[in-house]
Write a protein that binds this ligand. Sequence first.
Ligand SMILES: NC(=O)c1ccc[n+]([C@@H]2O[C@H](COP(=O)([O-])OP(=O)(O)OC[C@H]3O[C@@H](n4cnc5c(N)ncnc54)[C@H](OP(=O)(O)O)[C@@H]3O)[C@@H](O)[C@H]2O)c1
Length: 268
Amino acid sequence: MKVIVITGASDGIGAEMARQLAHTHGSGVALVLAARSESMLAQVSGQCEALGAQSLVVQTDVTVQEQCNRLVAAAIERFGRIDALINNAGRSAHALFEEVADLGWYEELMRINLWGSVWCTHAALAHLKASKGSIVAVSSIVGLVGVPGRTAYAATKFAMTGFFETLRMELKGAGVSVTTAYPGVVATKVRVRGFNAEGKPAGVSKLKEDDAMSVEECARLIIDGMNRREREVVMTAKAKLGRFLKLVAPGVVEDMALAAVKDDAKPR
Ligand SMILES: NC(=O)c1ccc[n+]([C@@H]2O[C@H](COP(=O)([O-])OP(=O)(O)OC[C@H]3O[C@@H](n4cnc5c(N)ncnc54)[C@H](OP(=O)(O)O)[C@@H]3O)[C@@H](O)[C@H]2O)c1
């Protein structure tokens, strides 16, 4: 039986990955579901168990290193091994830098998106080496190309990109794969929940959402990438083009990034 730990499994992409893995593997998978909301995790756990999977809910705030350690310990205590760790927990943010009075939430965002992933990976590493398992990091297109209004978020996701790119090389000989996923705009509540300039939940999305990818497709692409042990899952044509174009024509990419932002959220 495969044991897969998923952070940010209470909603959105993480919850959908859990359901798809349960659907595909049935009784052949045990899902360890982590996030802060125990009641939402319990719902996802019920959905996975109805599909035949085993599951364990571990209430976890990934901004606290001891809780990341406890998550891994709980997985090992219950199932005895870890085959994959999916670092998906994350929060969004949208604010023009000059509008931010207190930068405290910039640090908080780094603890959620970067440090949560680093701490969980550190705690699980020996177990992943033992199983020759897989690590997944859910970064963002904003981990490849900056977008106006996203200094904080881009910093966390570029940091994830660099951390996991380097770790991938370090773990090559150990047989542990590291897959970094770069979703574009996916239809979840992530932007509504993200920080605004005051460090409060934004309540609205500042990005154009017309072309949003479904959460089902995004989850499927990440799982496929993990199963194939791919280095990267770059999900949209825009991201594929943007990362190369910025080396030769950065001004064009800046215009593309600006065009993704709603008019009332553009820099003045
Ligand atoms: N949706 C997109 O367009 C998009 C695009 C690019 C990248 N991403 C990335 O994809 C990942 C999943 O996002 P999503 O769209 O599925 O968002 P979502 O629906 O808001 O889900 C975010 C998940 O992260 C959890 N989480 C947030 N803070 C946490 C903390 N401190 N400790 C533990 N868990 C925490 C949330 O659970 P609790 O609130 O219960 O803790 C929730 O399960 C994130 O890393 C995000 O940056 C999303």
